[in-house]
Unconditional design. Structure first.
Length: 284
């Protein structure tokens, strides 16, 4: 009698397919929604725009009134240099970088202070991808905002200048270059604010440090020595001024538009890199 044969069956454990990685477009959309879900975000944009336009209009009104009382030599000088300077004055640039820097800081601090960042990193462990999406969202939003504010500032200035028939069109020498340079101030300042917030993670210190880097530091430097001028040329405000308003013929240490543009690029890349590195390393 033959014994029955048994066949052994090997049970292979079921392997669940790997979870699909979040696509960058999905992360971008999620970060875009989070940006505008913060109640402070719209108000920060509105307040910044209001401060920029108020600065432009007040400066233009004062200069137009002074023009009406000035002699012909001063009027001729203003007709040559004034329309460009009025389109986006230094005061407006200061308001824009402070406001945009605060907006960038809010996008990071809002998640860390509320604890939402833990939920985000649990859902998407790829911290670098999350921060890259956040950086891209802030850069896009503030670039569009900066362009809109720069054009609005130009338009407001022309309305005031038209009182003395001093208004100029977009084809006036240097106007378009100034508008582009001014629009780029917003994303660069916002990225700096994000980087500082990612490192410091304290609201008050972040705001103080951001303002110090973007505004206070340039005001502490001067053009009396080569070292001081070299450091001054490395600041965001000075680079914007060089591109937007050109260089004074009396400058003892001249520099180029390309050099100023490189300064802005370096600030943007350094800020983005620092923010991504901090998120990836400190939150492990």
């Amino acid at each position: 009698m033959t014994a029955p044969t048994t066949t052994e069956t090997t049970v292979v454990p079921a392997v669940s397919p790997p979870e699909p990685r979040a696509r960058f477009g999905d992360l971008f959309a999620a970060e875009w929604i989070k940006l505008w879900s913060l109640r402070s975000t719209p108000w920060a944009f509105i307040a910044t725009a209001a401060l920029v336009l108020t600065s432009t209009v007040s400066i233009a009104l004062g200069d137009v009134d002074e023009y009406a009382r000035a002699g012909e030599p001063q009027r001729e000088l203003f007709r040559t240099l004034g329309p460009l300077a009025e389109a986006f004055p230094y005061g407006a640039a200061t308001m824009l970088i402070i406001g945009a820097g605060a907006i960038g800081a809010i996008t990071v601090l809002g998640e860390y202070t509320s604890g939402m960042i833990r939920t985000t990193f649990t859902a998407v462990p790829a911290r670098s991808s999350v921060m890259a999406a956040k950086l891209a969202v802030v850069a896009v939003a503030t670039t569009l905002f900066g362009a809109g504010v720069a054009l609005a500032s130009y338009g407001a200035a022309q309305v005031v200048l038209s009182r003395q028939d001093l208004a100029v069109g977009l084809g006036h020498p240097g106007i378009l270059r100034l508008i582009v340079a001014s629009a780029l101030l917003a994303p660069i300042a916002a990225l700096v604010g994000m980087a500082v917030a990612a490192v410091v993670r304290h609201s008050v210190i972040t705001m103080v440090a951001t303002v110090a880097l973007l505004f206070v530091l340039p005001s502490l430097l001067n053009d009396r020595s080569h070292l001081s001028v070299s450091l001054l040329h490395m600041t965001v405000m000075q680079a914007w001024d060089r591109i937007g308003h050109g260089q004074s013929p009396a400058s003892e240490w001249p520099w180029t538009d390309g050099g100023a543009a490189l300064v802005l690029v370096v600030w943007a890349l350094a800020a983005a890199t620092l923010a991504a590195f901090s998120a990836n390393r400190r939150d492990q």
